[in-house]
Design a protein around this ligand. Structure first.
Ligand code: PEP
Ligand code: MG
Length: 755
């Protein structure tokens, strides 16, 4: 059974569109279960009907024509109960409805399984048999499993391109739900970005000049052929001829009609070269894999490998000459920080990523740049959206593909209002963040880009509360040298002097990897990350520390921050290395002042030891992005569980209260530098808790200043006490939103995205 299931799923995954996938399913399931009929009905939410979409066994003419009302027939019983229905004689059931066009009168046994995605029934998978009999447990499980596997694909097709046969306007006017990544509204043309070595991620794109595209393809194939010939020559010197014969087979594949001819034909039919290559390679691998033989499956990976090699050359030729639309919305499976940085800033209207969430680094970067972003749009089929108009609603975490005029106009209105609010808030720039009862709450900026220095200075930030040093490491092909680092840090420290700048030591690992320092782990967020890596590699850590210390010479505004501390010995070891770097520089005659040193509290163990940590250092800074992830056991980048990720969870609030107590017991200041600090609702509570400062992306700063200036500290304390009595994040947010609304801060209410 498992093998059957594996084969069916493999074939379905390789299908080129939903119609083909459904056709494969009905045929294969019918065979596997020795049934007389297998059919798929999908829910047409717009017309409130079920539509027969594919069948093997019923009259094929009925496909697309047979429609059942939502309370009609056994399909609706399966859908309502969201459970399988197994009947030995369907016509006996009171809800049975006979449909003449299908020719189903001959069938008795009925088994239906719901196709469910995110708790919504998208359709029903049905098998029928002439005989009167109940399907056995194995058959029921097989059908339920296949229906569950099918759900994701159907959801994809539904939102991205519509499904032939279902009414279209629901898709067109319908929001595609994701997660709020960066606030704002953007309208522009989708440009799909994808990693250079992923064939599956290549989008469909029309080509204007087929001859040039074919030439580029042939040129790339020629280069791969050259590479393989060189490899073969090298190997012939050391290996017997028969082993090297494999390379001749590769060369034949590269010259063969089936690769060259078919791809060129696809290009001439209008597809661009990478898309045409993808389809040809897929067709080949599908054919090999369908043969179900281990040897031939290996040939499928050879074909893929050759395809990737061609792709790399194709992209090398086309990269860098890309024309960005005037209003570009970049869309990708997993949009990287570099893809974002490649788009000229004045053309970037929005970011959409299938994977990731609001705390992914690309979302953090988007917020820093003031570009709206929607993350975790799991239902989006990226391959179908290139070039289409997209509305990005970064407030609610949703998007619209080819919006209706009503939707489009509404978003244009919101964008205008937002512009007006931003202008209004900009007037606060030079005013201090002081509560109505006179308490000052310094607001700092988070950044990781040198180019941010001027805009950050203009934002009214009182300093840099978190400078993530990973970015300069991520954009290079090797570790930056001490001098390269010193120059970068100096620009930031100098730009802000005499205001404080908190430089965080390298926090790689987890979701941040360096191309030249790969870390392969099953569980990276619980693995080798942050301070754990830098303590294990003092040669990397000391270089960074010396660069930071030297950069601060004469400015004396440097603060150091240590990430991912989970045990006291890490603090001691890090302090030891910092002192060593400092001593070495003093001995070398450098006139440097010892910086203040802080620890990030972002791991539950550090919450419980916050007071002991505070006793050892000068300040604490709470990384609520990670703290929320670790306290709630919710991966911060996993869209599937992002609905559970909320820094307003009472457990997180209790932890924060405890951290403040721990720090203040030793008279040490404590701030929040996670994204929570930039959420107006959360800021009310952080003020009430007694946080000494907040650090956030520049885009959030004016809003938070507005909040602080419009509430008293006493009210914030009372509010904190009230919400700590509530059970969950949703009720807490609702309560805080009410307060924001009453205080006339309606425009600041963040509507959480997500499902
Ligand atoms: C955090 O975890 O809250 C934080 C500020 O650090 P980062 O997002 O870089 O992990
Ligand atoms: Mg962190």
């Amino acid at each position: 059974m498992l093998e059957t299931l594996r084969r069916i799923i493999q074939e379905v995954n390789a299908a080129k569109d939903l119609d083909q996938a459904l056709a494969i399913i009905v045929t294969r399931v019918k065979q596997a279960m020795s049934a007389d009929v297998c059919s798929v009905y999908l829910t047409d939410f717009n017309r409130k009907e079920y539509v027969l979409m594919a069948t093997d066994g019923l009259n094929p003419e009925a496909v697309g024509k047979v429609r059942l009302a939502l309370n009609e027939g056994l399909v609706s019983v399966v859908s309502e109960r969201a459970e399988p229905l197994n009947l030995d004689n369907a016509p006996d059931h009171p809800r049975y409805r006979f449909v003449a066009e299908t020719g189903e009168e001959r069938y008795h046994a009925f088994l239906g399984a719901p196709i469910i995605h995110h708790r919504e029934v998208l359709g029903v998978l049905v098998v029928r048999q002439r005989a009167r009999r109940k399907f056995d447990d194995n058959e029921v499980t097989l059908l339920v499993t296949i229906a569950a596997q099918l759900a994701g694909g159907i959801a994809h097709a539904r939102v991205s391109g519509g499904i032939n046969g279902l009414s279209k306007n629901r898709q067109q006017g319908r929001a595609i739900e994701g997660l709020a990544g960066a606030p704002g509204v953007g309208i522009g043309q989708a440009l799909v970005v994808y990693p250079p070595t992923d064939l599956d991620a290549i989008p469909d794109r029309k080509c204007d000049d087929a001859a040039a595209e074919v030439a580029a393809f042939e040129n790339a194939v020629g280069k791969v052929r050259g590479d393989i010939e060189t490899l073969a020559v090298r190997l012939r010197a050391t290996l017997p001829a028969e082993d090297v014969a494999l390379f001749d087979a590769y060369l034949q594949m590269l010259s063969g009609e089936s690769l060259m001819g078919k791809t060129s034909a696809r290009i001439r039919a209008g597809q661009w070269a990478p898309g045409a290559l993808r389809d040809t390679i897929m067709e080949h691998t599908r054919a090999f894999e369908a043969m179900g033989d281990a040897y031939l499956s290996d040939r499928a990976s050879d074909v893929r490998d050759l395809g990737l090699r061609i792709l790399v050359y194709l992209q090398r030729d086309t990269r860098g000459q890309r024309d960005y639309p005037e209003h570009t919305v970049i869309v990708g499976e997993d949009v990287s920080a570099t893809a974002l940085a490649e788009v000229p800033k004045d053309k970037l209207a929005g970011v959409v990523s299938v994977r990731g969430s609001s705390s992914s680094h690309v979302a953090i970067l988007a917020r820093a740049m003031g570009v709206p972003a929607v993350m975790g749009v799991a239902d989006l089929d990226v391959s179908r959206v290139d070039g289409r108009e997209i509305v990005v609603d970064g407030y609610r975490g949703r998007l619209f593909i080819e919006p209706t005029p009503v939707v489009r106009n509404e978003y244009l209105r919101i964008a205008r209002e937002e512009q007006a609010l931003t202008t209004e808030l900009a007037e606060l720039r030079n005013l201090p963040a002081v509560t109505t009862d006179g308490h000052r709450m310094p607001l700092y900026a988070n950044t990781g880009l040198v180019s941010d220095v001027t805009p950050t200075l203009n934002s009214g930030a009182e300093g840099i509360g978190l400078y993530r040093t990973e970015f300069p490491f991520m954009v290079r092909e090797r570790f930056p040298s001490e001098e390269e680092q010193r120059v970068i840090y100096r620009q930031v420290l100098e730009g802000f002097a005499p205001r404080p700048v908190i430089l965080r030591t390298l926090d790689i690992g987890g979701d941040k990897s360096l191309p030249y320092f790969p870390i392969e782990e099953d569980n990276p967020f619980l693995g080798w990350r942050g301070i754990r890596i830098t303590l294990d590699h003092p040669e990397i850590f000391l270089v960074q520390l010396r660069a930071m210390l030297r950069a601060s010479r004469g400015l004396d505004n440097l603060h150091l921050l240590l990430p991912m501390i989970s045990t006291l010995s890490e603090v001691d070891d890090a302090l030891h290395l910092i002192k060593r770097a400092y001593q070495e520089l003093l001995e070398a005659g450098e006139a440097i002042v010892m910086p203040k040193i802080g620890v990030m509290i972002e791991v539950p163990s550090a919450v419980y030891q916050a007071d002991r940590i505070a006793a050892r250092v000068d300040f604490l800074s709470v990384g609520t992005n990670d703290l929320t992830q670790y306290l709630l056991a919710v991966d911060r980048n996993n869209a599937r569980v992002a609905g559970l990720y909320d820094a307003l969870h009472p457990a997180v609030l209790y932890a924060l209260v405890q951290i403040v107590e721990g720090a203040h017991r030793h008279k040490k200041p404590v701030s929040v530098c996670g994204e929570m600090a930039g959420d107006p609702a959360a800021a009310l509570l952080l003020l009430g808790m007694g946080m000494d400062s907040l650090s956030m992306s520049v885009a959030s700063l004016p809003r938070i200043k507005w909040v602080i200036r419009n509430i008293s500290r006493a009210d914030a304390r009372r509010l904190l006490e009230e919400v700590l009595k509530l059970d969950d994040a949703a009720s807490i947010r609702a309560q805080l939103n009410r307060v924001l609304e009453q205080a006339g801060m309606r425009g600041l209410i963040a509507v959480r995205g997500g499902r």
